[in-house]
Design a protein. Sequence first.
Length: 1180
Amino acid sequence: MYVKSLTLRGFKSFASATDLVLEPGITCIVGPNGSGKSNVVDALAWVMGEGSARSLRGGKMDDVIFAGTSGRQPLGRAQVTMTIDNSDGALPIDYTEVTISRTMFRGGGSEYAINRTPCRLLDIQELLSDSGIGREMHVIVGQGQLDAVLRATPEERRGFIEEAAGVLKHRRRKEKALRKLEGMEGNLTRVADLTAEVRRQLGPLGRQAETARRARSIQMTVRDARLRLLADDLVQQRAGLEADLADEKALVERRTRLEASVAEAKRAVSELEDDAARKAPALYALQQQWYSLTSLAEKLDATARLASERVRLMAADDEPSHSGRDPEQLRRQAERVRGEELELQVQADEAQKAVDEAVRSREEAERAHQGEQQRIVRLARAAADRREGLAKLHGQVEARRSRVEAGEAEIGRLRGTLGGSSERVDEARREVETLQARLAELESGEEAVNAAAEEATSRLAELDERRRELRDARNTASQRSGAASARAEALEMSLGSAGASRENLPDDAAGLGGELVEALQVEPGHEAAVSVALGWAAESFVIASHEDAARLLGHLRDHEGGRVGLVVAGASAPDSGAWPELPDGAVWVRDVVTVPDHLAAAVAVLVDRLALVPDTEAALAVVASGARAVTADGDVYAPTFVRGGGRPGRSALELRAALDDARRDSQAQAERERDLATELDEIAGPLREAQAAADATADRLSESDAEIDSTAEQLARHHQTIAAADHERERIRSSIEQARVALEANRGELEELELRLAHAQEEPSDEEPSVAERDRLAALAASARTAETEHRLTLRTRQERARALSGRAESLEAAARSELAARERAEVRRRSREESARVARTVSSHAESASADVRRALERLVHLRDAEAQAKGEREAQLKAARQRAQEQADALREVTDSVHRDEVARAQQGLRIEALETRAGDELGIDPDVLVEEYGPHQLVPHLEPVAEGEETPEPVPFERNVQEKRLQRAERDLKLLGKVNPLALEEYAALEERHTFLTEQLADLRGSKKDLMSIVDEVDARVEQVFTEAFHDVAREFEGVFSRLFPGGEGRLVLTDPDDMLTTGLDVEARPPGKKIKRLSLLSGGERSLVAVALLVSIFKARPSPFYIMDEVEAALDDANLGRLITLFEELRDSSQLIVITHQKRTMEVADALYGVTMRGDGVTTVVSQRLGDVRVP
C-alpha cells in the first residue's frame, strides 16, 4: 500500500490543479524556501482528516483556500485528492485503488468522499486507522515536531505507540462503553427505585380500577341509552323534515307550474296587445281607403255628369249643312243685300247687344254653376275628409284608450305587487327590528353569560388545578408515607432480628428498661461512627442494677434465651483524668450524644476518651495522645488495638436513628396526607359547585350561542329577503315609473285625440250635397250658353250677312269662294264637335264604369271594415280575458310563494333542531350523526350491556322501545350516582401502571444484562489493549536500542515504562546517553542530539509497526554530515517496508530518492511542480 497520486486544487499556493504522481520508495520534494514544499505536507495531513488550523500553519480553516495574489483572483474552494494503491488489501475496503478527497468552501462548508462517494470525516479516520494512520498523524513528521516528541508527556509518547499499533480504536470503544456504563448506573438505580414504588402503588390502584370498571359499564349503558334516544329523536326529526321536503317539492312544482302559467298568460297578453297594436293600423287603413274611394266615386260621378253635359251641348250646337248659292244669284242679291245691309247692321247691333247680354248671362250662369260645383266638390271633399278624420281619430282614440287601460292595469298590478312586496318588507323589517333587539338583548346578555362563564371556568380551572396539585401532593405524601412506613417496617425487622430480641426477654424482668439506642440522641451524620464507638452497647438494653442484670442473665441461661447486652443505669463513672486536646475536625463522642441523666454515667464509661475523627491522620494523632478514635468509615483506633477494614454493617443505633427518621417522616407524610385529604374533601364541594356553575354557564352560553346563531341566521335571511324585496321594489318602482310616464303620455295623447274627436263631432255633420241646384244652375248655364250661342250665331249671321251684303256686289266671285270656304269650315267644325262629343261620351262611359267599380269596391271595403271592427272588439274582449287570467294566475302564484316561504321558515327551524341534535351528538357524545342513526337508530336491536353472573347466558337483543330506554337511562344514572366518587382514570392508570411495572422489570433486567455485557466489553478491551500495547512496546523498545546505537555509536538509549505494573495506563520515558556523556536527561542534549533522539524514537516505531507511508518535512535540517549519513541509512531501510515522502534541502538526501519533485513559485505567487524519476539513472 502506498500513495499513488496527490492532486491539489486551490489549496494554499497551489491555485491551479497540480498532480503529483508518486511511486513506492523515497520521493524527495525540493525547492527554495517559501516555494510551497511544506504545503504538500499540509495537503496530505488535511486530506487525511487534520482538523486543527494551527497544525496546518493557519489561523482558521478556510486559510487553506488560495487567497489570491496581485495577478490572480482568490478562489472559492480548496480540494485535495489522494489516491492510494491498495493492491495488498491493507485498507479494509474491496478496492485495489482508493481515492480520498476533501473539499473546503470559503463559506465554511466541507465535503469528504471515498471513491467519489460522499462520506464523513469519521469514516476516513476509521478507514486509515486500521493501517496505522491515526488522528495523531505520527506518520507526518513536520518542522519542529521532533522537539515536540521529546517535550511530550509520557502518556503522549505512549499515544504514538498506541496509534502505530492500532490501539486507539479499542480505547475509543472502551471509552464509549464506560460512558454508557456511567449513564446506565444512574438509570439502573432510578429504575430499581421506580419498580419498587410502582409495585407498592398497584394494590390500591387495583381496587380503584375495579370501581372504575363498574362505573365504565354503567357509563356504557348510559351512553348507549342516550345514543339510542338521541338517534330516535334525530330519525323522527329527519322524517318530519323529509315529509316537509316532499310537501315543499309539491309546492315548488306547483309554483313552477304557476310561474309558467303566469309567464304564459303574460305572453298571451303581450301577444294579444302586440296583435291589437299590429292590426289596429289595418282598420285605420281600411277606413282611410273607404274615405278615399268615396271621394273618388264622387269625383268620377261628377266627371261622368260633366262629360254627359258636354255631349249634350255638342249635340245642341250642330249646324245645318251649308248650301252654296250660285254667284249669279249672289250678284242679283247684291242690291238686295246692300238694301238689307243697313237693316242687318241694325240687327247686328241688336244681336251684338243680345250676345253681350247672353255672354253676361252665360258667365253669370257658369259662375253660379261653377261655384255650386266647387261648393259641392268642396262639401264632398270636406265630408270625406271629416269622415276619414273621424274614423282615424276614433281608431287613435281607441288605441290610446286601450293603451291607457293597459297601462293603468299594469300600474295597478305593479302597485299591487309593490304593495305586497312592501308589506313583506315591512313585515321583514319589523321582524328584523325584533330580531335585532332580540340579538342585542342576547349579545348583551351573553356578555354577562360570557363573563359568568369565564369566571366560572376560571374558578373551576383554579379549583381543578388546586385539586390536581392537592392530589399530586397527596399521592406524593402517600407514596412517601408508604415508603417511609415500609422503610420503618424493614428497620424494625432489622432491629428485631439482632441477638436476644425483646420477645426473648421476660416481661416481668425486674429493672429492665428499653434499648439503649432509644434513649440516645445523636447529632445527624454521626450515627455510624457513634454506633461503632458504642460497640456492643449499641444493641444493649438498659437495666436498673447489677443485681437485676445478674437475675436476668440467669433467667436467659436457664431458658436458653440467647445473649444480651445490659447497661446499668445510675452507675457512677470513675474519674478518667484530663482529656487531651483534639486535632482539627475531631470531636468527642460525648459532645454529639445527648443522654438522659440516669444513663449519663454508663454512657460516659462507654465513650470515655473516645473521639470522632475525619480521617486516619487525625485518628493517629488522637491515639498518640492516649485516647481512642473512630473514623467516619467506622475504623476504631485505640492505644492497644485497631478494629476496622471493610464497611461495617448498619448498627442498631443507625437503624434506630433511621427508624426514628422513617417514623417521623411517615408520620409527617401521613399527617400531610390527611391534611391534603381534608383539604381535598373541603375543595370537593366548591369544585362541584364550580363544575355545576361552569356547566350551567356553559349550557346557558351554548343556548345563548345557539339562539344568537339562530337569530343571526334568521336576521340574515330577513336581510336577504329585504334586500331582494328592495331590489324587486326598485325594479317595480322603475317599471311603475316607466308605465306612469307612458300612461301620462298616452293619456295626454288620448285627451288631445278625444278633444279633437269631440270638436269634430260637435261640428254639424254635412249631409250629402244636393245636385239639384247644381243641375238647375247647370241647366241655366247650358241655357245661357245656348242662348249665347244662338245670339252669337244670330250676330255672326247678321254680321256675315251684313259683310256679305256689303261686299256681295263687288265680289260675287269672292262670295262664291267665301261660300266654298265657309262650307269647308262648317264641315271642320262639325267634325270637331262630333269628335268632342265622342270623347265626352267615352269619358262619361268610363267615368260611370269606374264609378260603378268604385261603388262595388266601397261595398266590399265596408264589409271588410265592419269585419275588422268586429275582430277588434273580439280582440279587446280576448285581451281583457287574458289580463284577467294573468291576474288570477299571479294571485295564485303569490299565495303559493307565501306558502313556500312559510314552509321554508318552518323547515329552517326544524333544520336548526336537527342541527342542534347533530351538534349534540358530535359535541356531547363524539359520534357522527349518520353513524349514530346507522348504529343506534330505532331500527337496530338493543343489546344487553349489563354484566351477567357467571354461568348465565347473555340475554338476546330486544327491539327499541323509547319508554324502556328512558327507564334504562334513569336506572343507569341512579346506579352511577350510587357509586359515589370514581377515579375515571383508574383503569387506564392501573393498566398503564401494570404495564409500566412489567416494562420497568424487563428494563431492570435488561439494564443489568447490559451492564454485565458492557463490563465484559471493557474487560475484553482492556485485555486486548494491554496485549497489543505490551507487544508493541517491547518491539519498539527493541528497535529503539538498535536504532539509537546506530545513530549514536557507542551511546546507550532505551525506553522505560513509568508504571510497568499497569500496562493500561503506564506512560513512556526515553533514556538517552550519547557516547562519551553520562547525562540521561533529554533537556541537557544539544539540538542535533535531541533531533536524532526524536528520529530514533519515531524510526523505532516505524520499524516495529510499519505504516504504508511516512512524510518527513526537513527533519535532517539540524544534522551534520555524519549524522545525516546515518539517518539516510535508516531512510533506505525504511524504503523496503514503507513509502517515504521527504521534504529536504540536503543533496545527499536527494541522491537516495527514487523520484524527485521540484517545487517553485512563479512571479504571480502560484506554486508549480516539476518531476524527475531517478531510479533508472541512479549510479550503483
